[in-house]
Design a binder for this molecule. Structure first.
Ligand SMILES: *Cc1c(COP(=O)(O)O)cnc(C)c1O
Length: 376
């Protein structure tokens, strides 16, 4: 909780659930990434929080941007950032969207198979492509599936095909899983990337860039390592696997850039029990899985929750959202400790909600409006 957010909520008393994002925190995070990895270019993953104020602030600071759609590309261009600061990093693109991105000046694309290479070669001739390789996501609290990337052994063929079709086989990318709490998780993916570089060199094609993705964590209930620790570990791994022939490197932080910059203000709508002798109370908030807290799926992300009664004794509660869908329960397998004195109408503050909240909220499920955001 920052003083600026506290003052904003006090002065404005917004009605209904809302997210408040403090741009000073985003600025601090950006600068910490720069200091931790001074030789690495930063491509902010726009999907984490595409609020225009966030994009403008990062553009001013010199950030580049990782985008996943034409709409995200347009949001970044609206900041005045030149197209050479934007990558189209989604491996799943319609050919006509690639053509539109090419028209908008985008020349850097992700691929993970021959079919996608062929689309890029037709719709964005001469562009740079990097091949995404699979990573097992071990150690990540929000792991990514096999949906994106190919096995490293396949990448040389994908990149060579790109080369033959007139594209620039530019590099390799991976993502070690979101909310990655193991600072060493980049090591084995970098080993695979270096292997792909060597195989390509044997085929006479010099790759130049390694895109080390996102995964940098936000502090929720548990302490996480500092960005500096990631920087040291990643820099050492790059040197270990590439020796003196260091590639250009980029990172794509999303959560780590904006997660801790936001707080959601919500309200207790109901507190009840399911039977007279029920030991856990059910606490229903005016925000749930469909209002922006989708990352509580499988109770993966446990947000810190503040109330005005935190000095009082606490007891485990089931925490749920307000919609008429039974999956709209935030924490039940592992109940959440909340003050026994908590009452209907109390305000609660949900910390660490700057990433993956507004864009995950439904437009009008049950008539609830999408999560409002104030960026200050
Ligand atoms: C979502 C995404 C990111 C951001 O991941 P975080 O874990 O939020 O840092 C980075 N790169 C790609 C390609 C992504 O899809």
């Amino acid at each position: 909780m920052t003083d600026r957010i506290r003052d904003f909520l006090r002065a404005n008393r917004p009605d209904g659930p809302c997210l408040v994002v403090d741009l000073n925190v985003v600025r601090g995070n950006y600068q910490r990434f720069v200091r931790a990895m001074p030789d690495t270019r930063i491509y902010y993953a726009v999907k984490a929080n595409p609020a225009p104020e966030v994009l403008n602030t990062l553009a001013e600071l010199g950030s580049s941007f990782d985008t996943a759609s034409v709409a995200e590309i347009q949001m970044v261009l609206a900041t005045g950032a030149a197209p050479d600061r934007i990558s189209y990093g989604n491996t799943i693109k319609k050919e006509r969207d690639i053509a539109r991105a090419y028209q908008l000046g985008i020349r850097l694309y992700a691929v993970d198979c021959v079919a996608e290479v062929e689309k890029v070669a037709r719709a964005a001739p001469g562009s740079q492509v990097f091949c995404r390789i699979l990573s097992d996501g071990a150690g990540a609290e929000w792991p990514l599936s096999k949906k994106f990337g190919c096995v490293p052994e396949m990448a040389p063929d994908v990149l060579e095909h790109a080369h033959h079709l007139g594209l620039v086989a530019y590099g390799v990318s991976f993502h070690v899983g979101s909310q990655q709490v193991n600072t060493e998780a980049w090591d084995s993916a970098l080993a695979s990337a270096a292997w792909v570089f060597r195989r390509m060199a044997e085929r006479g094609i010099q790759l130049k860039m390694v895109n080390m993705g996102g995964g940098f964590p936000t502090r929720y209930l548990r302490q996480v390592p500092e960005v500096n620790a990631y920087g040291t570990s990643i820099t050492n791994a790059v040197r270990a696997h590439f020796g003196n022939d260091l590639p250009e490197t980029i990172i794509e932080p999303g959560r780590g850039m904006v997660g801790d910059a936001g707080i959601i203000k919500a309200e207790v709508v109901l507190i009840s029990k399911k039977s007279e002798d029920d030991r856990v109370r059910w606490v229903y908030l005016d925000i749930g899985k469909f209002g922006g807290l989708a990352e509580t799926m499988d109770e993966a992300i446990r947000y810190p929750i503040l109330t005005e009664r935190d000095a009082d004794d606490k007891e485990p509660c089931v925490l749920a959202g307000p919609t008429c869908d039974s999956v709209d329960v935030l924490y039940e397998k592992t109940p959440y400790d909340l003050p026994i004195s908590l009452e209907i109408g109390d305000e609660v503050l949900i910390e660490g909600t700057g990433a993956y909240t507004t864009t995950y909220s439904a437009v009008a499920f049950n008539g609830f409006e999408p999560l409002r955001a104030y960026v200050i």
